[in-house]
Design a protein around this ligand. Sequence first.
Ligand code: ATP
Ligand code: MG
Length: 412
Amino acid sequence: MTPPANPATRFDAPATGAVPARISGGFLDSPALGRVLAVLTGAGHQALVVGGAVRNALLGEPVADIDIATSAPPDETMRLATAAGLRAVPTGIDHGTITVVAEGAGYEVTTFRRDVETDGRRASVAFSDNIAEDARRRDFTMNALYADASGRVLDPVGGLPDLAARRLRFVGDARERITEDYLRILRFYRFLAWYGRGADLQALAACAELRHGLAQISRERIGHEMRKLLAAPDPAQAVALMAEAGVLSLVLPGADPGDLPELIEAERDFGTGALPVWPRRLALLAAHDAAGALRLSRDEAREQHQIALALDLSGPAAAYRFGRITAAQSVLIRAARGIAPPFGWCHALARGAAAQLPIAARDLPELAGPALGQALKRAETAFVDSDFCLNAQDLRQIALRAQGHPDIHDDA
Ligand code: ATP
Ligand code: MG
């Protein structure tokens, strides 16, 4: 299929060639999925895999979860699944979603829908038996692709050529679609980061113009999208466009994306192993209150705080205080800011994380109260500064000398 003339795009990377018009293998080979689809199609309904699973299968990217869209009304889906001996749980019945469990795997089956009313945050929907209506309420053309059990792809809104060109395009008019649900502004940058090569200028302008509508969106939903956006292999361009449009400062006040390209480079140069991805990128942005802005969990917020503190320490000192993972995240951010980690830094972090202060309160019976606390603190600082080489005896001397204790003769 030949892509239509490329609309104006912001960064012009070449298209990577056509994507096939059908998918094969992968999740389609799952007998459980086949069973769920067959239960519905056997009764004369349409039942199709939709959205991210189809998009990613066509791109050859990993597929996370499989969503099914059907022309069957929700109660009919419940009835047919139960009659076929499958468990059916009405997990989102108001939106038409039934989770059907087959062979231990749960599939979200959602009846085709059309929007009846939207207010910028949520839509009231009506069920439909029309795939074209269902496609029109989805956000981007590359997210409105459907596949049947044989792998044949149905493309009601022209998503295939866009996907082939990696062109992220709203279904219909960008401004209209954004005012229906302002979260789509962030979803635009998220999918641009993951799958886009060109940013539609009209869409970019619409995101900038309508950005203040994001104030209506809950921080939980914003946080969800931002985590996913920052987890993209290389979100630097998308985040730079967000900053340029004034979107970034609205969702993450104080965020500075200047060093993000350098962080991505440092990740490639030094490797990231199994380190969590988005927390590092978020910490680099150094927003005023990322935890509040994105409604981070308590653990996530602590991690952000510790990475920020670790940035002022050497890698091994950070590993000693906060553990190897937080230290490694800070080492990568420091590398992005021009402080290259020394050779063998991974081992150095492991050593720092494993180090144990070889002195404790019971080794300083001469001291008590705040004096004891200060002496131990100084001993600990000396221990970290010595690259964890000082032994208990050295540290005892340092602790007591610092107190000016009369029993200690300063030979130095
Ligand atoms: P991922 O692999 O990251 O989960 P996805 O495409 O599955 O990507 P989801 O956020 O899980 O993304 O949404 C599933 C599908 O539902 C999308 O592909 C899209 O068709 C539709 N969708 C989700 N949120 C919206 C929205 N706010 N507006 C319109 N359509 C949406
Ligand atoms: Mg999904």
